[in-house]
Design a protein around this ligand. Structure first.
Ligand code: GLC
Ligand code: GLC
Length: 858
C-alpha cells in the first residue's frame, strides 16, 4: 500500500493523505537554521543546536504524536479548519504534501477555499519563511480570516520541559503592528504607580517606526539578561489583531485544535507576561471567485552584538534593526519566490556531482535525489534532531560524523574539511576521543566521555575519504589541537598516527583490539556488568581488569590501517607506512586465527576472554558486523569469482554464505541470530531489547551496506544489488503500510525476523545508513569510486541493471561513464578513456574543467 508517489522531475515526494502511517517529515535549512516539518505542519526549529537554541516548542510523547508546529487556522464564515489537516482535523476536500529539497508545500482545500503553504529556509539566512496562497475556488466571493500560529520555546529545549517553577515567569514579548509598538508591563500612571485599570501592556513609540509595515511579534525571553538573541514571527501584511499569550489564544482547557480565537473569529491582542508565549496574527482577506492572494510569514532568529542590544535600554526595548532588514528581504511573495528558485538551483548544482541514468527508476531516484539529500541532512544533524531523536539528547558523534561525511564529502567538500578539523580537535593526546561534542561550542561532552575504542580509526576513514575526493593533501599539515587545548596543536597527520597507535597500544590477549566501552555497536558492553535499573550502559563506570576484544575493530583497523599507510607513503614517510602495514598484516592474521569460528567471524571475546558469536552459543551465534567489515577489508578473500571452489572454501565465502543463511530476510539482514531472549549481564545493552529490535536481532540498517559492499568485493554484484534493494526505501514504498516510515529516506532500524512486527521501520532520517548506502551504491554497485590518484570504475551490480551512464564531477573534472554490464558473476570491467583502452580500472584524474569520456565493459 502506498500513501503517495515520487515526482522525480520535481525532486519531490508527494503525499496524498494526511493520515500517513506515521508523521512523514522533511528538513528545512542547510547550514545554521534548521526546521523539521511533518506532512501535517508539525515540527520545530532551532539555530545550530537543537538543544541550546530552540525556537519552537515541541511536545514529546504527545497524544496524538505530532501536534505543535506552524499552523494557519482558517475561519471561513464560521467554519474553522486547518489546511494541514492537523490540528483542527476538519475534513479536507483535497490534501497534498510535497516534500522537496529543503522545502515543503502543504495544500488543503475545503468548501471552495484552497490554502497552499510553502515552507523553506532561504540560503544564508537564519529564518524560515512561509508563503501562504489563498485561492477562492468557489463561485461566490469569500471573506475569510486566517491566523498563522507558532508556539515559542524558551531557548533551552531541555530546561523548557522541566524547569517550570522558573520558566513560567520569564516570557516577554514585544509586538510591532501597523506602525505601533506594544511591550509587556502595565502603563505607568501619572502618579508613578502601575495603572491596573489598563491592559497589561504599554504602547510606546516605535524607535524604528516607518521602516516596517506588517506585524511582528518578538519573542525576547531572557534577552534582558545574558542572551543576545531573540526570535521574530512576522507577516508582511497589515493585521487586525494578534495574540502572544497561549491561554488567551487557545483557552486553558482546550486542545490546540479547539483553539478559541479562531472559533470566535478575533484575537485578544494579548501580551504574554510569563506563562506560554506564542505568536498569532489575525489577517482578514476578501477573495473574489477564482482570486488568489499571497502572504509571507517569517520566523527569524536574530543576534545582536552587546553594544547594539537595545533600541531603548531604559525601557528595555530591543534593537530591531537586523530583524527589520530580514523582514525587508522577504517582504513580498516575489522575494519569497526568488528564495525558492535559489534553493532549487543550489540543489541542482549539488546533485550534479553524481548522476546515474539507468533502466531502474527506483535506483535513479535514490541515487540522484533522495540518498544524497539524506546525506546532507545526516551531515548537518548527526543524530540530534528528528522525530525519534529529541534534539535534547545527543550532540555530534565522533564516530557518526566521520561516517556521515563519507556520503557527503562530494557535495560540499569545504564543509567536510571544516567538520574533520572540528572532530579531530576533540581527540585526546593518546588517540582516543570524546564520543560526542556539542555543535554550538564544538567541545567534547564530558558526561559521555570517551572509551569507545572504534572511534579513533573512524577519523582515518573520514580523512581518507576526504582526500580521495578532493586531493587536498594540505589538510594533513593543518595544525589541530588535542581536546581543544590551545597550544597543543599538531598536524592533522599526527592525529591519524595517534588514532592508529591507539589501536596498536590497546590489544588484548588474542592480538585483537580491546573493545573499551563498546565498538561500533554501542550496545555491546562487555565491561559494564550493569545490574542497576535505568543505569546508562554508555556512561557507567566499566569494570577494570577485563580482556574484552572486538573483531569489528580488528577488521576496521585492517581496512583503514591500509589507508593510513597510503597517506604515510604519499607524505614520503615510507618507514611509518611499512610499520603500519606490518601491524595491519598482523591484525589480519589474528583475525583469521583468533577471530574465526569455522564458518564465520567471531564477534568478540568477552571480559573473561570467552568468545562471543560462535556456533556453540545458543543465542547470538552469528553477528553481522565483522562479516561485512572483514570482507570489505579483504580479510579471507582468496578469490573474487563467487562461482569458484576457491571462493566457496575461503573465509570470505563462508562468512557471506553464513550471513545469507542465518541473518538475511526479505526486509534486510538482522544484526545477530538468534536474538537474546534474556538479559545477559556480560553483554550489556544488546540483550536489553526484546528479540528482533534494535541491536538485538533487529535489521540495523547501518551495517547492511557493509555486507553489500563485501558482496561486490567478491564479485557477486547480483547478490549485492538484492541486498541493497531490501532496505532501500524506494523499493519498499509499495509496502508502506508495513514499513510505516517515509519511503524516501532510510531508517535506522527495521524490525527483525524474531520481532512481532517484522518489517516495521523505526528511527528514520538520522542514521549512518544514509552515508553508507550512498557509498555502497555510488562507489561499489555502480562502481565509480574516487581513489588517491584516479577514479576507480568497477561496477558490480549484476544483470538487472544492464546498461547505465554515470556523470561524476570530481576534483573539477567531469567524467561521463558509459557502462555495458553483462552482470556475470566475477566479471570485471575493461575500460576505455577518451576512446583509448587502458590497463586496469583506474581512470587518472584529469585537469579541472576538462571532460573525460569513459566506457566500461564487463
Ligand atoms: C546508533 C549510533 C551509532 C552506533 C549504532 C550502533 O546509530 O548513533 O554511533 O554505531 O547506533 O549501535
Ligand atoms: C545504540 C542505539 C542508539 C543509542 C545508543 C545508546 O547505539 O542505536 O540509538 O543512542 O545505543 O543507548
Amino acid at each position: 500500500m502506498k500513501f503517495g508517489h515520487f515526482d522525480d522531475a520535481n525532486r519531490e515526494y508527494v503525499i496524498d493523505t494526511p493520515k500517513t502511517p506515521y508523521p512523514w517529515i522533511n528538513y528545512l535549512g542547510s547550514q545554521e537554521y534548521f526546521a523539521l516539518i511533518s506532512n501535517t505542519g508539525g515540527g520545530y526549529s532551532f539555530f545550530r543546536d537543537a538543544k541550546m537554541r530552540r525556537l519552537l516548542r515541541y511536545r514529546y510523547n504527545n497524544i496524538p504524536t505530532d501536534i505543535g508546529g506552524r499552523y494557519t487556522f482558517i475561519n471561513d464564515a464560521g467554519d474553522v479548519w486547518t489546511p494541514t489537516w492537523l490540528p483542527v482535523k476538519a475534513d479536507l476536500d483535497h490534501y497534498e504534501c510535497r516534500h522537496g529539497m529543503g522545502y515543503s508545500t502543504i495544500t488543503g482545500e475545503r468548501n471552495g477555499l484552497k490554502v497552499s503553504t510553502t515552507y523553506l529556509v532561504p540560503l544564508g539566512e537564519t529564518a524560515e519563511l512561509q508563503k501562504i496562497t489563498f485561492t477562492n475556488t468557489s463561485n461566490a466571493a469569500k471573506d475569510i480570516k486566517a491566523f498563522p500560529y507558532v508556539e515559542f520555546c524558551l531557548w533551552n529545549a531541555e530546561d523548557d520541559q522541566t524547569n517550570y517553577q522558573r520558566n513560567l515567569s520569564l516570557a516577554e514579548v514585544e509586538v510591532e503592528r501597523n506602525g505601533k509598538l506594544l511591550v509587556t508591563g502595565r502603563p505607568v500612571a501619572a502618579d508613578g504607580n502601575r495603572d491596573s485599570s489598563r491592559p497589561a501592556y504599554t504602547e510606546v513609540s516605535d524607535p524604528d517606526a516607518g521602516s516596517f509595515t506588517g506585524a511582528a511579534i518578538y519573542h525576547k525571553t531572557e534577552y534582558r539578561e545574558r542572551r543576545d538573541h531573540y526570535a521574530v514571527f512576522a507577516v508582511n501584511v497589515l493585521t487586525e489583531g494578534f495574540d502572544t499569550d497561549r491561554d488567551s489564544f487557545v483557552g486553558l482547557y482546550n486542545y490546540l485544535g479547539e483553539a478559541q480565537v479562531p472559533r470566535e473569529g478575533h484575537c485578544n491582542d494579548s501580551i504574554a507576561s510569563g506563562w506560554y508565549p506564542i505568536g498569532a496574527h489575525e489577517i482578514h482577506l476578501t477573495l473574489a471567485p477564482g482570486e488568489s492572494k499571497d502572504i509571507v510569514v517569517v520566523l527569524g532568529y536574530v543576534e545582536n552584538p552587546d553594544a547594539e542590544k537595545w533600541a531603548d535600554d531604559a525601557h528595555q526595548i530591543i534593537n530591531k534593526k537586523r530583524a527589520h532588514e530580514l523582514l525587508a528581504r522577504f517582504s513580498t511573495p516575489e522575494k519569497f519566490d526568488a528564495a525558492l528558485a535559489a534553493l532549487k538551483v543550489y540543489w541542482t548544482e549539488l546533485l550534479s556531482k553524481y548522476k546515474v541514468k539507468s533502466t531502474d527508476e527506483k535506483l535513479d531516484r535514490m541515487v540522484n535525489i533522495w540518498n544524497q539529500y539524506q546525506c546532507m541532512v545526516t551531515f548537518n544533524m548527526s543524530r540530534s534532531a528528528s522525530y525519534f531523536e529529541t534534539g535534547i539528547g545527543r550532540g555530534m558523534g565522533f564516530r557518526d560524523s566521520n561516517q556521515d561525511l563519507l556520503g557527503f564529502v562530494h557535495l560540499v567538500p569545504e564543509r567536510a574539511r571544516e567538520r574533520i578539523i572540528d572532530i579531530a580537535s576533540t581527540q585526546f593526546p593518546d588517540g582516543s576521543a570524546y564520543h560526542q561534542y556539542q555543535p554550538l561550542t564544538k567541545r567534547g561532552n564530558h558526561n559521555l566521555g570517551s572509551g569507545f575504542n572504534d572511534d579513533p580509526m573512524w577519523l582515518v576513514a573520514g580523512v581518507a575519504g576526504y582526500i580521495k575526493e578532493t586531493g587536498d593533501w594540505g589538510i594533513l599539515k593543518e595544525p589541530v589541537p588535542f581536546d581543544n587545548e590551545p597550544g597543543s596543536e599538531q598536524p592533522l597527520m599526527e592525529h591519524l598516527k595517534r588514532s592508529f597507535d591507539f589501536v596498536v597500544n590497546h590489544l588484548g590477549p588474542h592480538g585483537l583490539p580491546l573493545i573499551g566501552r563498546a565498538d561500533w555497536n554501542d550496545c555491546l558492553n562487555l565491561n559494564c556488568f550493569s545490574t542497576t535499573p535505568g543505569e546508562s550502559f554508555q556512561t557507567t563506570e566499566n569494570q577494570a581488569g577485563g580482556v574484552a576484544e572486538s573483531t569489528f575493530i580488528g577488521a576496521q583497523f585492517v581496512l583503514y590501517g591500509k589507508d593510513y599507510a597510503a597517506l604515510c607513503d604519499h607524505l614520503g614517510q615510507h618507514d611509518e607506512a611499512n610499520r603500519a602495514r606490518a601491524e595491519v598484516d598482523k591484525m589480519r592474521e589474528n583475525m583469521l586465527k583468533h577471530g574465526w569460528d569455522g564458518n564465520w567471524f567471531l564477534r568478540a571475546y568477552d571480559y573473561y576472554g570467552d568468545p562471543v558469536g560462535t556456533h556453540n552459543d545458543k543465542e547470538g551465534q552469528i553477528w553481522i558486523e565483522p562479516q561485512g567489515f572483514a570482507v570489505m577489508a579483504g580479510i579471507g578473500v582468496d578469490s573474487t569469482d563467487p562461482t569458484s571452489q576457491a571462493y566457496q572454501s575461503s573465509p570470505a565465502g563462508k562468512a557471506l554464505a553464513s550471513v545469507d543463511k542465518y541473518l538475511n530476510t526479505p526486509h534486510g539482514m538482522v544484526l545477530q541470530y538468534p536474538a537474546y531472549t534474556t538479559y545477559q549481564v556480560r553483554l550489556g545493552e544488546v540483550s536489553t531489547y526484546p528479540p528482533g529490535y534494535k541491536e538485538n536481532g533487529g535489521i540495523f540498517c547501518h551495517n547492511n551496506p557493509w555486507v553489500t559492499i563485501a558482496e561486490t568485493v567478491v564479485g557477486n554484484g547480483a547478490k549485492a544489488f538484492d541486498l541493497y534493494k531490501q532496505i532501500t526505501p524506494a523499493y519498499r514504498e509499495d509496502i508502506s503500510e508495513v514499513h510505516r516510515l517515509e519511503p524516501y529516506v532510510y531508517a535506522q532500524m527495521i524490525a527483525g525476523k524474531e520481532a512481532p512486527k517484522h518489517g516495521e521501520a523505526k528511527n528514520s532520517w538520522l542514521t549512518g545508513t544514509a552515508a553508507w548506502n550512498f557509498v555502497t551504491v555510488s562507489q561499489y554497485l555502480l562502481g565509480i569510486r574516487p581513489d588517491y590518484d584516479g577514479l576507480i570504475v568497477d561496477p558490480q551490480i549484476g544483470p538487472d541493471v544492464p546498461d547505465f551512464e554515470v556523470t561524476r564531477v570530481c576534483r573539477g573534472a567531469t567524467y561521463h561513464i558509459k557502462v555495458h554490464n553483462s552482470g556475470q558473476p566475477g566479471a570485471r570491467a575493461t575500460l576505455t578513456v577518451d576512446g583509448k583502452p587502458i590497463e586496469g580500472r583506474l581512470v587518472p584524474y584529469a585537469a579541472p574543467g576538462s571532460t573525460v569520456e569513459v566506457t566500461a565493459t564487463l
